[in-house]
Design a protein around this ligand. Structure first.
Ligand code: IMP
Length: 183
């Protein structure tokens, strides 16, 4: 496969397309073992998780429901505000259902901790989290993440759904954004 041209703002590729595909396969295998026969609700966190959700769900061959929520603790920039704002609520009644939150990346964990609590409050029988990426060095709250694709260092990354100010979501790999772009 040809290596796509690196945009000038991207310092380097951190996770290649092949590494992403291998991580998604591994997560799908684990989810298939744990959720086959349970008809879970897979809740994708918009917008960052759309690419991951699309790839992941096509590797799951058991009955499931797909829904999305838009929650954010970020503004246009790269630092968390700590405030959870809702852009789109759940469309599915999760009462009594197994729920898997599908996240692009867990950073401080604040967004996720609040989303987990909201889904439990909505009556989910159990809630688990499947995140493609995790930055453990940035964690501010001790929130469980049951399924992690790859742990990455404390760098601001874009691509494969992840953005900075709505750009670079369409890169097929995960790349480190040059600090001067957001500093
Ligand atoms: P948390 O609440 O700090 O864990 O933030 C989670 C959300 O922040 C993710 O779902 C992303 O949308 C965004 N985020 C965190 N780190 C990055 C990054 O390195 N690049 C792009 N978005 C990020």
């Amino acid at each position: 496969m040809l290596t796509p041209c690196l945009p000038a703002e991207i310092e380097r590729v951190l996770v290649t397309e092949a590494e992403i595909a291998a991580a998604v396969d591994e997560l799908a295998d684990r989810l298939s073992r744990d959720y086959a026969g349970r008809h879970p609700v897979m809740v994708g966190a918009l917008t960052g998780a759309v690419v991951f959700l699309a790839d992941l769900m096509r590797r799951l061959d058991f009955p499931l429901t797909v829904d999305t929520v838009a929650v954010s603790s970020y503004g246009g920039g790269h630092e968390t505000s700590g405030e959870l704002s809702w852009g789109k609520a759940l469309s599915t009644d999760v009462r009594g259902r197994a729920v898997v939150i599908v996240e692009d990346i867990v950073d401080s964990g604040l967004t996720l901790a609040r989303l987990r609590a909201a889904l439990t409050e909505a009556g989910a029988a159990d809630v688990a989290v499947c995140a493609l990426l995790s930055k453990p060095a940035r964690r501010q709250v001790d929130v469980p993440v049951e399924y992690v694709g790859l742990e990455i260092p404390d760098e601001f990354v874009v691509g494969y759904g992840l953005d900075y100010a709505q750009r670079w979501r369409n890169l097929p790999f995960v790349g480190v954004l040059r600090r001067e772009v957001y500093a």
